[in-house]
Design a protein around this ligand. Structure first.
Ligand SMILES: C[S@@+](CC[C@H](N)C(=O)[O-])C[C@H]1O[C@@H](n2cnc3c(N)ncnc32)[C@H](O)[C@@H]1O
Length: 253
């Protein structure tokens, strides 16, 4: 079984595929100045819950890109049920290969999927090409809660930064950190528990599946990693980035 197949199983019973809530996603939309007619591009859109909430709440139009056919299928069906298919388009492909019209969007988002572009700074570089000069970015990203993380865990989790490093990278790309919407301990517990709920349901439904052991081992290691390391060392937040305000560099680079 491929990693994406396990992700599809573990995310079966959730709509927001991150440690967040509909209220926090809507708040991010407000901070990104979303309103009727604004155009949004969302990289790694999952089941398109953020785009759907913003379309219903603010009247945006947009494009969501995701690699998982199952998530794209879920997203399209959900958008059709809610009468939003004409506002939100779903494209199933590698986000890094998607050719978008440069500067055509008011807002670009990537919520929990910066691995698409190989890291946080590379994600800002890609997203800023999608938005016009006054466009804003919304990025969901994990970060180290302190500088004293168990080295064994740091080695397993390449590409995670402290928030001080994240803000430096945003500034280097010509953006100001305007707002942080942080995941709470409850958000993390909900997200990880939803994983385990999905995995255990699948194990109960598929006792004779040839990949049973693989899914079972994934469940156990996911739980051990969360309870031993992730809960105490890793935070997660959505960052609202506004166009740069520096008079010396003249804003966006
Ligand atoms: C943690 S989930 C976040 C989903 C969504 N942003 C949300 O908040 O509900 C990460 C998403 O990235 C997608 N993904 C993984 N690799 C990708 C790639 N190369 N290009 C596009 N999407 C990708 C996964 O299928 C998954 O839907």
């Amino acid at each position: 079984m491929e990693f994406l197949d396990i992700m599809n199983i573990s995310h079966r019973y959730m709509e927001i595929l991150n440690p967040s809530t509909p209220e926090k996603v809507i708040k991010l939309g407000k901070l990104l100045r979303l309103e009727e007619g604004k155009r949004v591009i969302d990289f790694g859109c999952g089941c398109a819950e953020p785009l759907l909430l913003w379309a219903e709440q603010f009247g945006i139009t947009g494009i969501g890109i995701d690699l998982s056919e199952e998530f794209c299928d879920r997203a399209r069906k959900k958008l059709a049920r809610r009468g939003l298919s004409d506002r939100i388009e779903i494209v199933c492909c590698n986000g890094a290969d998607y050719v978008f019209e440069e500067g055509a969007f008011d807002v670009a988002t990537c919520i929990g999927a910066s691995f698409i572009f190989g890291g946080y700074q590379q994600t800002i570089q890609a997203m800023k090409r999608a938005v016009h000069q006054n466009g804003r970015l919304g990025i969901g990203e994990p970060y180290w809660l302190s500088n004293r993380v168990d080295p064994e865990y740091v080695q397993q989790q390449a590409g995670i930064h402290t928030e001080a490093e994240l803000v430096r990278m945003a500034r280097d790309e010509g953006f100001e950190l305007e707002y942080i919407i942080r995941a709470s301990r409850d958000d993390w517990d909900r997200y990880l528990s939803d994983h385990w709920f999905g995995l255990i349901r699948w194990l109960e439904e598929n006792p004779n599946h040839p990949d049973y052991e693989q899914v079972f081992n994934f469940l156990r290691s996911d739980q051990d990693q969360y309870l031993q390391y992730q809960r105490q060392y890793m935070g997660w937040a959505m960052y609202c980035l506004a166009p740069g305000k520096s008079k010396t560099t003249g804003g966006r680079l």
